[in-house]
Design a binder for this molecule. Structure first.
Ligand code: HEC
Ligand code: HEC
Ligand code: HEC
Ligand code: HEC
Ligand code: HEC
Length: 218
């Protein structure tokens, strides 16, 4: 058969196929890395809010506990965002003229709730429930980081499925006594795994079903 292409063309076309493969691989790798790195997940990026409400001032400075404002965190799926009324128990007396707090007073006058920007927001097809986690020794800190020190809240964890599963496969790595869930000074013991396994038994953590698709995708 007559040769259609010059032999050197074969080398060139082979080389270009390899280049294309490398390019595709590189683009894939870069996007995966960006996806995981938090570029698309806003991890560690403080979220702007309509009022610069500071957890650092209110929790660390004034010693108000998480449950004072997030009242339903132990009882329901939703942790709860405090109504304006909660702010006004203090701010009708403290800093009453501060311009920074005008949106809070306006909300109180008009009875229109403040509109905070959500920091954590799972897609609708994933189910999450605070009360079950908190009841079984999962602290605010393990999922949200040191919120008590944050001037504006940011997300510490990706909230991606792999993150949930990392703990659902081995809750003994993260569990602590339920009395310590609001304690940001808590340090896990040296033998956390052994201690964790004891707590997993004590709190009757349902480890077998924790990786079933249907608990999170209902
Ligand atoms: C004085 C009331 C108050 C206290 C006390 C308080 N919070 Fe908040 N928290 C808020 C308000 C208001 C927001 C909404 C604005 C924002 O995101 O900063 C919020 C937001 C959050 C968010 C982000 C919610 C989202 O949009 O995803 C987390 C997480 C959170 N708080 C955890 C905690 C933890 C943990 C503690 C205890 C260390 C705590 N909070 C104590 C009032 C409070
Ligand atoms: C238990 C009393 C109390 C409650 C409840 C409270 N605050 Fe405050 N807030 C204070 C005090 C005291 C300061 C002054 C803090 C300082 O300068 O150290 C303050 C300061 C502030 C400031 C000024 C910026 C800063 O953090 O220093 C803002 C904004 C603010 N509060 C918003 C809110 C909002 C919004 C709520 C409701 C979600 C709220 N506060 C609930 C006591 C309270
Ligand atoms: C096992 C991990 C985990 C623990 C433990 C946890 N949270 Fe959350 N938190 C989440 C996730 C995930 C979301 C987002 C939920 C959604 O979008 O449906 C969230 C959302 C929130 C919100 C926004 C309102 C809401 O309910 O969606 C607040 C406020 C909050 N958490 C406070 C707390 C406090 C306070 C504690 C400790 C008592 C705590 N969380 C413990 C994972 C956790
Ligand atoms: C730090 C550890 C940890 C992380 C992170 C975590 N979980 Fe859990 N989760 C647990 C433990 C422990 C239980 C309690 C299991 C039991 O005994 O019922 C639980 C229970 C649940 C349940 C209830 C299961 C049931 O039996 O009804 C759901 C739903 C759930 N988790 C969803 C999630 C989702 C979604 C995420 C990620 C956004 C997540 N969890 C992240 C530890 C964790
Ligand atoms: C502990 C909770 C949990 C369990 C168990 C779980 N998922 Fe998910 N899944 C999530 C969360 C949270 C998301 C949304 C965040 C994300 O995209 O990673 C998600 C996202 C997904 C998506 C969308 C993928 C994407 O990248 O957007 C698919 C498909 C999925 N899960 C399938 C499954 C299957 C199949 C199983 C069982 C083998 C399973 N999941 C078990 C929590 C869970």
């Amino acid at each position: 058969m007559a040769q259609i292409f010059h032999p050197s063309m074969r080398v060139i076309s082979r080389a270009s196929i390899i280049v294309v493969f490398l390019l595709v691989g590189f683009v894939g790798w870069v996007s995966w890395d960006m996806y995981r790195s938090g570029y698309f997940t806003d991890v560690n990026v403080p979220k702007e809010q309509p009022i610069p409400f500071s957890h650092e001032h209110h929790v660390n400075g004034l010693g108000i506990s998480c449950g004072y404002c997030h009242t339903s965190v132990e009882k329901s799926a939703f942790a709860g965002i405090p109504p304006t009324h909660t702010c006004m128990t203090c701010h009708s007396q403290i800093w009453t003229g501060a311009p920074m707090l005008e949106p809070v007073r306006a909300s109180y006058r008009t009875q229109r709730p403040l509109e905070w920007n959500r920091v954590h927001d799972l897609p609708d097809f994933a189910y999450f429930n605070h009360s079950i986690h908190v009841k079984k020794g999962m602290s605010c800190q393990v999922c949200h980081g040191n919120v008590n020190m944050m001037p504006l809240v940011w997300k510490q964890s990706t909230l991606q499925m792999a993150w949930c599963l990392d703990c659902h496969r081995q809750p003994e790595k993260f569990i602590r006594p339920v009395e310590e869930i609001y304690n940001f000074e808590y340090r896990p013991p040296q033998d956390q795994i052994a201690f964790g396994k004891e707590l997993v038994k004590k709190y009757d953590v349902k480890t077998k079903q924790l990786t079933d698709c249907s608990i999170c995708h209902r």
